[in-house]
Design a protein around this ligand. Structure first.
Ligand SMILES: [Fe+2]
Ligand SMILES: [Fe+2]
Length: 207
């Protein structure tokens, strides 16, 4: 990444730390470090690495908003939130809030798109969208067994692949994205919870 991009990431971090409690910020930094690692492993350009790492820092920025704040934010953007699943709302409000807090040199449409689907996924995700979706699950601070297994699989498979074989690494990314989606769908079904239709669409687009 360029010095300018690193400076922008520091600026984002200074705002995010004020908006997240200590535990959430620790998770955010875990996702950020996982995305930094992915930037190297997937040989991303400076521009893509910046997009991914900035999206990582910003992805949960709206998680602490109250319902009233989330509604007010959506109204300012002329958006009707089309989900009633509380844990899903913050992916949309997060993208809106990031767009409000930073200028368009700092945040980009690709970045906001990745934030907008980091919880549910969606059909035909771009590699950067998949990376944020996966990193949110595989970051080192997640102690659940399922998270550890996905992390070990991702890191283990990537280590085995020849440095120049970018396509093989992208196939691993696809496989981890599919496994995490499948695991989450199963988890929700087993507990009788609702599934956001975008997650079902994501699953269908991968099988
Ligand atoms: Fe999130
Ligand atoms: Fe997260």
């Amino acid at each position: 990444m360029t010095k300018e991009q690193e400076k922008r990431l520091c600026g984002i971090r200074e705002i995010v730390v004020l908006r997240e409690d200590a535990r959430r910020f620790e998770h955010t930094m875990g996702v950020y470090r996982e995305c930094l690692w992915m930037s190297r492993v997937f040989s991303l350009s400076d521009g893509d690495a910046y997009t991914l790492c900035a999206a990582a820092l910003l992805h949960d920025i709206a998680k602490n908003l109250t319902a009233a704040e989330a509604i007010a934010l959506s109204e300012r953007h002329g958006v009707v939130l089309d989900t009633e699943i509380p844990s899903v709302i913050h992916q949309y409000t997060g993208a809106m809030l990031a767009g409000e807090l930073f200028d368009m040199e700092t945040v980009s449409p690709e970045m906001l798109d990745a934030i907008r689907c980091h919880t549910t996924g969606k059909a035909d995700m771009t590699p950067i969208e998949k990376m944020l979706f996966v990193a949110d699950f595989t970051e080192a601070g997640r102690k659940y067994r399922s998270c550890q297994e996905m992390r070990e699989y991702l890191h283990g498979e990537c280590e085995k692949i020849n440095k120049n074989d970018k396509n093989a690494r992208l196939r691993v990314l696809d496989e981890v994205t599919r496994r995490i989606t499948g695991y989450t769908v199963t988890y929700l079904v087993e507990r009788g919870k609702r599934i956001d239709p975008r997650m079902v669409e994501a699953w269908n687009s991968m099988v």
